[in-house]
Design a protein around this ligand. Structure first.
Ligand SMILES: Nc1ncnc2c1ncn2[C@@H]1O[C@H](COP(=O)(O)OP(=O)(O)O)[C@@H](O)[C@H]1O
Ligand SMILES: [Mg+2]
Length: 276
């Protein structure tokens, strides 16, 4: 086992994660400042392999900013991040995807004029070698490859529970729930080890949310996925999470099992306001 390095001695410690065997992701004292605004302050956090963990907190708590640092969209102002045993601090988003991390966005980001299948083909492309020129000058081998890619895309769409009749529909015509499902399918298309979901049930009715909750369990149990969830719906969070981390004003104010977090005074305060 490698030495864990000293927290605070950034950039000079070992690049091997402190506990990369049991944790798929580890963040150590991560901070993100936008000018004078500290959106995330000194947050340490770990995700055990094959677990489902949630990050909750009031609006503006820093949840999405934290996601954006994990996925390489933002470089942490301070602190370090490891994924699957390797340091990824400051690494480019496409390289992090290639290592096996995928996400959905709080605001759906699909290619609206492309069909559901095409949205997945683009995502699968980021993991396969064939470039643009190869798909223009197609050999029989490449055509076979393309057929296989389409079949794989359809399989993923089926897996997330999308109905066949919308597979070839342009994505902006899909219902909100279906667009959310398509986003998850697109994240899965890169064969991730870690899936980050940013408020996936936003805009869903309780029935759809319930189905998504079951689906997350299925992803872990059938595909061995590890999931980090940002979610507002407390029923979803309490039902699905093994552990919950609570952020408030950029700081971690609580962490633990659902039952523990639910009873935590600071958490109740952050959500309900101080009662005096
Ligand atoms: N790119 C950015 N530039 C400046 N401020 C930002 C940026 N992204 C987020 N923030 C600010 O950081 C804080 C945390 O935002 P965010 O991470 O989106 O919170 P949450 O997802 O928990 O609602 C907010 O005050 C927000 O305005
Ligand atoms: Mg957010």
């Amino acid at each position: 086992m490698a030495a864990t390095g000293t927290p605070g001695v950034e950039a000079t410690g070992p690049s091997v994660a402190p506990d990369g065997d049991s944790n798929l992701l580890e963040a150590l004292d991560v901070t993100k400042a936008f000018g004078g605004l500290v959106a995330v302050e000194d947050v340490s956090f770990a995700i055990p392999r094959r677990s489902i963990v949630s990050m909750i907190g009031p609006n503006g708590a820093g949840k999405t900013t934290f996601f954006n640092m994990l996925t390489g969209l933002y470089r942490p102002t301070m602190g370090r991040i490891w994924f699957d045993g390797r340091e990824i601090t400051g690494m480019r988003p496409d390289r992090i995807v290639a290592l096996g991390m995928a996400r959905t966005f709080q605001n759906i980001r699909l290619f609206g004029t492309m069909t559901a299948v095409e949205n997945l083909l683009v995502a699968q492309h980021s993991r396969t070698k064939s470039g643009l020129f190869r798909s223009i000058l197609r050999t029989p081998g490449q055509r076979r490859e393309e057929r296989q890619a389409r079949e794989k895309a359809r399989e993923t769409l089926r897996y997330v529970g999308l109905r066949e009749e919308v597979f070839d529909e342009v994505s902006r015509n899909l219902s909100y729930g279906d667009q959310r499902r398509l986003e998850i399918a697109r994240a899965l298309a890169s064969d991730p080890k870690l899936l980050l979901l940013d408020e996936p049930t936003a805009g869903m009715n309780p029935q759809e949310s319930g189905r998504l909750t079951d689906f997350m369990g299925q992803l872990r149990d059938e595909r061995g996925l590890t999931i980090l969830l940002i979610e507002h719906d407390m029923k979803v969070v309490m039902d699905v999470s093994e552990r919950i981390t609570v952020l408030d004003h950029g700081e971690k104010i609580a962490e633990g099992k659902p039952q523990e977090v639910r009873q935590d005074e600071r958490v109740v305060e952050a959500y309900l306001g101080k009662q005096t």
